[in-house]
Design a protein around this ligand. Structure first.
Ligand code: ATP
Ligand code: MG
Length: 431
């Protein structure tokens, strides 16, 4: 394995000095067999290959790595023929997706950073007017790959054959010190890719780490650049921030650095209202619990929670113009979704269910003898009911509504009849 020198300024902790090799503190069995096989195959074909990034960071911290990334000297076109099941994906980064032992392993070719690219080859690396990298496909060496990564803790390379960790940026020391430190100059690295700001906050929340001083100081300087990030990419980050077991901590971080407004600007206006904030906290608690229990969670539910307050405000606005509630709700959803998609994408597969959850709120709050059983049979009833429970806990509706629906679900046919009789035949939930 090559041991190399790169960079000469050893007084600057952000500059790479030399790659040190260490035996890892983790049991290699914690890393998936499929990903180790991929590394072995690449190495056997004469390429350099390592497991890298989050999986090594998490394994060192005693956490269970959730996905496995491989970095290699082999370009994507040389990776492909080595595996039976492999496809090349990605526009911003060309990557190989290899299926090994039933697992998906992401294989990325070593790349170099635009700011270190003397040739400034714009066809491989495109830089927008703002300085943000829009494409980054210039392949590089291991040394270059190390310093183009975001944080020191994410730049540790593991060679399963040698059972060694390669560290060129003092990442092991930062793991020990629980510090999130950008590699290189924060003034360059955040401008190049402002999403690194969100990543720093997410890792701080996930790992309970502090953000190193110079990295932290640069956050407020460049947070506004998040406005330039394509909505689709920001939506991916939104999911990573909240569809996890530490979403509430992510929210706290985003609020601490005043960054929430760059992701959900309409929701930001309502955060000072107790019930809106409480609904968000309850839903994030709920999500965390479900994930820890291995249950599925859908982004539509959380989106509904985040966008509910703005939707209600618009609905009230339209109702003041004498538009009837359901139509006003439709117009409000449209309005809020249209505004949100200029910030983050909102795929239809999520806005459809979100709309159902919203519409069912009307039906749950105004149930009649005629409509109640139909509402109960709606395919989105469960999600809408969970939403209703959160509303009730956050005092967004009068108490007792959720309880009535809970009783209806669990009642015997006899008691169900009784519950329905208590309803008016018209359009109000209770007499
Ligand atoms: P997790 O999977 O827990 O979110 P991760 O660190 O594995 O964390 P990924 O998005 O899977 O995050 O990225 C894998 C690795 O790619 C990172 O560890 C980092 O080395 C590098 N990386 C990802 N995004 C960036 C970025 N925006 N700039 C520089 N390097 C990045
Ligand atoms: Mg990862």
């Amino acid at each position: 394995m090559p041991s190399s020198n790169f960079g000469t300024d050893s007084s600057d902790p952000n500059n790479c000095t030399a790659i040190t090799k260490r035996e890892p503190s983790f049991n290699p069995n914690i890393l998936s067999a499929g990903s180790k096989d991929v590394v072995r195959t690449l190495q056997s074909a004469g390429h350099q290959a390592f497991l890298v990034g989050g999986c090594i960071r998490d394994a060192l911290l005693g956490l269970h790595p959730k996905d496995f990334d491989v970095a290699t000297s082999a370009p994507p076109d040389s990776v492909k023929p080595l595996f039976r099941k492999c496809r090349i994906i990605g526009r911003r980064f060309r990557l190989a997706h290899v299926f090994s032992r039933g697992e998906l392993v992401e294989v990325a070719t070593f790349r170099k950073d635009a700011s270190n690219d003397d040739s400034n080859n714009v066809s491989d690396q495109q830089v927008a007017k703002s300085g943000i990298l829009t494409a980054d496909n210039a392949f590089g060496s291991l040394d270059e790959d190390i310093i183009r990564r975001d944080f020191t803790i994410n730049a540790l390379y593991y060679d399963p054959q040698a059972n060694e960790i390669l560290d060129g940026v003092n990442g092991l020391a930062d793991i020990e010190a629980k510090k999130i430190r950008l590699i290189g100059d924060p003034d360059v690295r955040f401008v190049e890719d402002p999403v690194r700001i969100l990543r720093a906050l997410r890792f701080a929340a996930k790992l309970d780490f502090d953000i190193e001083e110079a990295t932290e100081a640069a956050i407020p300087k460049y947070a506004h650049l998040l406005k330039e990030i394509p909505p689709a990419r920001l939506f991916e980050e939104l999911q990573k921030l909240f569809i996890c077991s530490y979403g509430k901590k992510c929210l706290d971080q985003l609020l601490k650095y005043d960054i929430f407004k760059y992701i959900l600007p309409q929701t930001q206006h309502f955060l000072e209202y107790d019930s809106a904030r409480q609904m968000i906290n309850l839903a994030l608690d709920n999500t965390e619990k479900r994930i820890l229990q291995g249950k599925t969670v859908t982004p539509s539910f959380l989106l509904a929670i985040f966008l509910w307050a703005p939707v209600r405000a618009w609905q009230a606005h339209f109702m003041k113009q004498d538009i009837q509630p359901m139509l006003a709700l439709h117009q409000a959803i449209n309005q809020v979704v249209q505004t949100q998609i200029s910030t983050t994408a909102l795929p239809k597969r999520f806005t459809g269910p979100m709309q159902d959850i919203f519409e069912l709120q009307e039906r749950l709050c105004r149930a009649s003898r005629k409509s109640a059983l139909k509402t109960l049979a709606h395919r989105r009833f469960r999600a809408a009911f969970d939403f209703l429970v959160i509303r009730e806990l956050a005092s967004d509706i009068e108490p007792g509504v959720a309880k009535w629906w809970l009783n209806l679900q669990t009642a015997s046919p006899e008691s169900r009849k009784k519950l329905l009789q208590d309803l008016r035949s018209g359009n109000s939930r209770r007499k």
